[in-house]
Design a protein around this ligand. Structure first.
Ligand code: ADP
Ligand code: MG
Ligand code: MG
Length: 365
């Protein structure tokens, strides 16, 4: 973890005298610090982050996205009488009036107002937390429904271009650099048998049947702040992967990860299924949070979003396994294959529960 540099502290428009800076939170991507200032007996706190420029190669563009989205959210929250200091991230500008600072070592830094009296949680402890995260991400979608999504930069190119991902997968099978393909014929077949699924949402988007939206792309529980007093989600954070995309993919990735009864790398597949109870909770929360901003087609495609994101993710794990595990970190032999199998087990389970999933969506639309 990087240290905070004096040089950096002095660049931002923080109020008061700097008293403390400590590593903060449990994020895995950026180096996050909480910095404290004192002014006339009052304490002011901020979040200061060293951005991860290994992953995000264009920090300027990324910060343009964050700036655009947070200022939009601020305006919308003000309009509806909310508290914009707590219900969205707020960037602290530098003394030059910019929203990031590139230090003398080439590290990029940014700062936010610290959201007081709220917490993030790493694990879903109560089912209500999962529901709350659904409301928060739905609300995020709703507030940004008329944002000109096409003006956002694609911080990671073709992130959910499932057709392209399938292409990459086929090339990996063809090349078979680790000679592993023979042992995973069943999994390879699984992917190829479902080729139309890879095309479904991409085609609908290309035909203009699904609108381009502002998507978050990291809809984990620990990217929402939960109010300590009320237990309600108040704010969506971690906007690094905000990009133009499909609302159903944000929804789908949450289901993929959050509605599974097993861990993503569970070797015992009998433990892995898609919980209809959790699917229902998330659907209810997400649709409520969106407040009528989803189109008929988007609502129709929510289950397809869940299945596509799970299929795509399994395919990516399998691709990495075939290519020699250089993208996803592995902690044991066959780790990516285990991960791939949980995802395919989930897809199968969704196929079996397809009618029920659609009925659930119809109940809340
Ligand atoms: P990463 O991309 O590394 O996950 P995050 O932006 O999610 O980074 O920040 C890491 C953690 O820091 C969050 O999970 C949260 O606990 C805390 N955090 C981030 N921004 C704020 C904020 N504005 N106010 C309070 N806590 C924050
Ligand atoms: Mg995070
Ligand atoms: Mg992040």
């Amino acid at each position: 973890m990087a240290e905070i540099k004096r040089e950096v502290i002095e660049q931002f428009q923080f109020e008061g005298t700097y008293t403390e800076g400590i590593p903060y939170g449990s994020g895995h991507i950026n180096d996050t610090f909480r910095v404290t200032f004192q002014e006339e007996g009052k304490t002011k706190r901020y979040i200061l982050q060293r951005m991860n420029t290994q992953i995000f190669l264009h920090p300027e563009e990324l910060m343009e996205n964050v700036e655009g989205v947070t200022s939009w959210l601020r305006k919308k929250i003000e309009e509806r009488g909310g508290n914009p200091d707590r219900e969205t991230l707020n960037l602290v500008p530098t003394k030059q009036g910019k929203f990031f600072y590139a230090d003398t070592d080439g590290d990029y830094w940014r700062a936010y107002l610290f959201i007081e009296d709220a917490m993030t949680y790493d694990l879903v402890e109560k089912k209500e937390d999962f529901y709350e995260s659904a409301v928060a991400f739905g609300n995020f979608q709703g507030l940004l429904a008329d944002y000109p999504a096409e003006t956002l930069h694609e911080t990671i190119q073709d992130f959910h271009n499932t057709v392209k991902r399938l292409d990459t997968f086929k090339k990996a099978v063809e090349a078979d650099v680790c000679k592993r393909a023979a042992d995973v014929q069943e999994e390879i077949r699984f992917v190829l048998d479902r080729e139309p699924l890879a095309h479904k949402l991409c085609d609908m988007q290309a035909e203009g049947k699904l609108p381009l939206r502002v998507t978050h792309n990291d809809t984990k529980l620990n990217n929402i702040m939960i109010d300590n007093a009320t237990g309600k989600a108040i704010c969506v954070i971690d906007l690094d992967t905000v990009m133009p995309g499909l609302a159903v993919n944000d929804f789908g990735d949450s289901i993929r990860f959050g509605a599974s009864t097993g861990a993503e790398d569970e070797p015992d597949l009998s433990k892995v299924s898609c919980s209809m109870e959790l699917f229902e909770l998330y659907t209810k929360g997400f649709v409520e949070g969106c407040k009528g901003s989803l189109t008929k087609e988007e609502l129709d495609m929510l289950p397809v979003g869940a299945m596509t994101m799970t299929y795509e993710c399994g395919m990516r794990f399998l691709t990495d396994y075939l290519e020699g595990d250089h993208y996803f970190k592995i902690h044991r032999e066959g780790h990516n294959l285990d991960r791939c199998r949980t995802q395919f087990k989930l897809v199968r389970d969704m196929e079996e529960k397809w009618e029920q999933m659609n009925e659930i969506v119809n109940k809340y639309r």
